[in-house]
Design a binder for this molecule. Sequence first.
Ligand code: HEM
Length: 431
Amino acid sequence: MLRSAFAAAYAIAYLVGGERRMLRLIRRYGPIMTMPILSLGDVAIVSDPRLAKEVFTAPADVLLGGEGVGPAAAIYGAGSMFVQEEPEHLRRRKLLTPALHGAALSSYVPIMQDSARAAMRSWPVDRPFEMLTAARALMLDVIVKVIFGVDDPDEVRRLGAPFERLLNLGVSEQLTVRYALRHAGALRVWPQRSQANRDIDRAVMPLIAQRRNDPRLSERLDILALLMCARGDDGERLSDSEIRDDLITLMLAGHETTATTLAWVFDLLLHHPDALRRVRAEAVSGEEAFTTAVINETLRIRPPAPFTARVVAQPFPVGGYRVDPGTRIVIHIIAINRNPATYQRPNEFRPERFLDARPETYAWVPFGGGIKRCLGASFTMRELTTVLHVLLREGDFSAVDEAPERIVRRSIMLAPRYGTRVRFRPASSSS
Ligand code: HEM
């Protein structure tokens, strides 16, 4: 296992956000390497689909999933299922699953369509704006409406605002710095986070109490109602604070990720006119095969989350090495998604590669894998497809910048450097 001076180069490459430099190092030092990383301790980086499968399918008591994404607890809170271990994690995950799949998912489509139309009405015509900023507002509108089942704009704003403040802390550099300084108490004493959490409680807890008295609660289709009615195998319910924690988890996990991906989809489509034409045609016909391929390909070369991780609890053999307890195994999403052994011309945007082929489970990992694989993956595909189709059917968009954007790391996300600047006007048939 490699433990060398190049570790320092890697750590620096990570800190300055140079994804390309990092990929070069990974290609040079093979599918697994270990190194100490400031603030995370010993880290083993996995960048190959075969090894990713071994990590994602390892028993939950050998590789810890909650501890793996443990740094997220700083913002998600210790009660989030995201940072919990088994069996608690799976109990909570099961109760959350129906709200993000099947019939519930279909019921969110009209909300997604309305939000996309309302967003378009607010966008400047023929004047450049950043799609990333616009997408954040649009996806926040969707997630607040879907979670709380509210429609009144003032109510959407009131409920969304405290979450937005927490979200902003979650994507700020403050999080990285505070995590690094956590032993000095930088996480325990974080007044803005405590204030955001208090504001969330003030907005959410009375709403839960009020809904408990709603005789028609079981008829409601919002995520809050579904969680309040959810029953586990032995009939147990989620407590109010568990519900609050789940709502925070969904808001944090399901907003910035989808907004960033929407901006990336626009960036890539507006610089690939043939692909744009084909998605537009599907937006009119209602077909989705090519649109799905475009989203899959975008998530392959522009995954918003650069990595996920597990922590070794018992000696773990992987790729012919033994990884010691306490080591954090980082699954390097971008390196796996661009593995030249899996993909021809791995750095190019070629949606056709996914037209008749579903992405391979461990060679395409924007949503992670195993028992912690993103619970919002189906929601994401439905949301991006729905929103993209409305926007392209009812709006005309063009790129402001000649070349596609460079990837930059913004806190824990990989975002387009200038936020994907676009020009927009309502489509002639819908204006
Ligand atoms: C482009 C969009 C998204 C991406 C790229 C993404 C990516 C991820 C990744 C990498 C993980 C960690 C998986 C692992 O460690 O194996 C994760 C977990 C999770 N995501 Fe997403 N996510 C997206 C959207 C969403 C949405 C829309 C929601 C919900 C509304 C959501 C809810 C969750 C939850 C609840 C978890 C924790 C799962 C668990 O611990 O069992 N995500 N996501």
